[in-house]
Design a protein around this ligand. Sequence first.
Ligand SMILES: NC(=O)c1ccc[n+]([C@@H]2O[C@H](COP(=O)([O-])OP(=O)(O)OC[C@H]3O[C@@H](n4cnc5c(N)ncnc54)[C@H](OP(=O)(O)O)[C@@H]3O)[C@@H](O)[C@H]2O)c1
Length: 334
Amino acid sequence: METRRLGRTDLDLTTIGLGTWAIGGGDWLFGWGHQDEQEAIDAIVRGVELGINWIDTAAVYGEGRSEELVGRALKRLGPARRPVIATKCGRVFESDGRVVGRLNRDSVLNECDASLTRLAVDCIDLYQIHWPDPARDILEAWETLIELKRQGKVRHIGVSNFNARQLQHLDKLHPVASLQPPYSLLADDVESTLLPYCAENEIGVVAYSPMCKGLLTGQFTRRRAAELDATDHRSRDPKFQDPQLSINLALVEALSQIAKRLGATVAQLAIAWVLRRPEVTSAIVGARRPSQIEETIQGGEIVLDDNHLEAIEGLRVSRRDALAALPAAPQGRV
Ligand SMILES: NC(=O)c1ccc[n+]([C@@H]2O[C@H](COP(=O)([O-])OP(=O)(O)OC[C@H]3O[C@@H](n4cnc5c(N)ncnc54)[C@H](OP(=O)(O)O)[C@@H]3O)[C@@H](O)[C@H]2O)c1
């Protein structure tokens, strides 16, 4: 599988990374419904067997459950097949189950130790600040990550969901290894500003939700959306509800025609579209069972030519026009 160098680091990441938010299960505010633990571990092991060389997780996913399952998968894989591990700090649970941003030094140090324990590793390869929240403590968190790097508990440090101005501030103190932004056919805000900024400043880009949490797979129907239960946060995501849902599913239907001509699936096409940008080091592809990653990993092999890209661009413009006529959607964060 193709690899790309992550910014100024020595890490060569496969263009598909494995995302493990969903395997955190349904027992928290931003859960994904019931998750079979064995299937989750099997999915991670299968992804690595197929050639994926890095895994993204976060302390907050299922209140540590995702990291624990990653740790169990690493045990099964053994040291010789250990992939690169990326995790995140800065989102913590309050006693009432709310998830809040916390970036003070003590909290970050505690989170890092807890992640090392759950993952059962001596060192985290890429440690990222999950959200720039609260904004006043960003520099304190970054200085703490620098400290953790000096201590040898983490190898490289990066951020997620930060803007260019924030990246610039941090880069003055220590090179930012990577930015993790949302990027997909349904979430393309980073395209005109952040992607070029990262390329100019040699910051790696690991793009999250490339299939927009499953919407861009061709498997997500109106019925499936209606059946999402309260333990799946997508039931509260406006992209999965009308009026946006109809506009999104219309795009997916049109994409499926292009995918068919390519001999690909919509999910593979969506991932290939993200990877067409040279600024993107890798797409973080979520999977909750082996069959999902067996399909999506092939998105890394598909090359889109100018005709495909032009056709897709036309669909994006139509969707944008349809969305522009709607009231602004509320924003959520994890
Ligand atoms: N830094 C951040 O703030 C942030 C935010 C979001 C995500 N991330 C990272 O990025 C990763 C990927 O993003 P994501 O998980 O949000 O979304 P995604 O990769 O766009 O979609 C993943 C979901 O799509 C469905 N799916 C996957 N393969 C499929 C297939 N072959 N056929 C049909 N459905 C399939 C699965 O859900 P169902 O089977 O339930 O439909 C899966 O959980 C996360 O796991 C996480 O590591 C980071």
